[in-house]
Write a protein that binds this ligand. Structure first.
Ligand code: PAF
Length: 279
């Protein structure tokens, strides 16, 4: 497995691969790898002949300095884990000075999609994501890249920017990976105290219960209100709980196919997000 740390070295590697007719797959991550990331990489099996995983804790997507400081950084373990898989060809761990050279003043923003849901609570977050993902896609010349449905808004935003900027890459969505009790895998979960970890399972459980209610014809307004109360009683501070259309992320007035329930809620200072399709 190649360990690459500069954009120039990455460009040399991928140019050589493309000359050899290889199809390059990319899985961008911020490290602290877990089974959710491994599923993103595995999804490239049979679709890419060379697989690159990137590890970069991107400062511009953290709207909170403390969150950036506390974000788990486990590069050595991550590299070991990737090596163990036996199917990753290169890991790209760029330096901040190369990703954001002195005087950096260009950014990518995806209007509308970056102001709703998480965007409304994390100003600048999606601009940071859009900018770094654009850079990683361009630097790697990837033919295909995987992104998880857990960050569904991020997935929609990336699809949009790839289309708008004519970046020649296929975006492959990967279903959310979950713990046995339903909690969506996230690097942030390791910051939950044992008590918070127990509480956290009530988030996916509430989604399951209230999605069933929506399917049986309960009104969206009353069902979401009941779900919010359930979560608050379980100790969550609910940031948003919304039914939206999968394609456009517009608010959905009715429970119908191609809609998703989206939630963000905090336990202490840990913010959890989740989403589920209604049908
Ligand atoms: O989903 C993530 O881990 C990050 O937002 C990403 C896509 C790697 C960009 O930093």
């Amino acid at each position: 497995m190649h360990i690459v740390t500069s954009p120039i070295a990455l460009r040399e590697l991928v140019t050589q691969w493309h000359k050899q007719g290889e199809h390059i797959g990319l899985t961008p991550t911020m490290g602290a790898l877990h089974d959710g990331h491994l599923a993103l990489i595995k999804a490239l099996e049979g679709k890419a002949s060379r697989k690159i995983v990137t590890i970069f804790v991107n400062p511009t997507q953290f709207n909170n300095a403390e969150d950036f400081r506390l974000y788990p950084r486990t590069h050595e373990t991550d590299i070991f884990l990737l090596q163990q898989t036996g199917y990753v060809d290169a890991v790209y761990i760029p330096h901040e000075k190369d990703m954001y050279p002195q005087g950096f003043s260009t950014s990518v923003s995806v209007a509308y999609l970056d102001t709703m849901l998480c965007g409304a609570y994390r100003p600048g977050h999606f601009e940071g994501v859009a900018t770094i993902v654009t850079k990683l896609l361009l630097q790697s010349s990837a033919d295909i890249a995987t992104f998880g449905e857990k960050d569904y808004q991020q997935l929609c935003l990336i699809r949009r920017l790839v289309k708008d900027l004519n970046i020649p890459v296929e975006i492959l969505p990967v279903p959310t990976q979950r713990e046995a009790d339903g909690l969506a895998l996230s690097s942030r979960n390791r910051r939950l105290t044992p008590e918070q970890r127990c509480q956290a399972a009530q988030l996916p459980a509430a989604l399951t219960v209230y999605i069933k209610e929506l399917r049986t014809g309960q009104t969206v307004h009353s069902t979401l209100a009941a779900c919010r109360t359930t979560l608050e009683n379980a100790g969550f501070v609910v940031h948003y709980l919304e039914l939206r259309k999968e394609e456009t992320l517009e608010i959905a007035e009715k429970a119908e196919p191609h809609t998703r329930l989206f939630v963000a809620a905090s336990l202490g200072n840990i913010r959890l997000i989740d989403n589920r399709p209604l049908f």
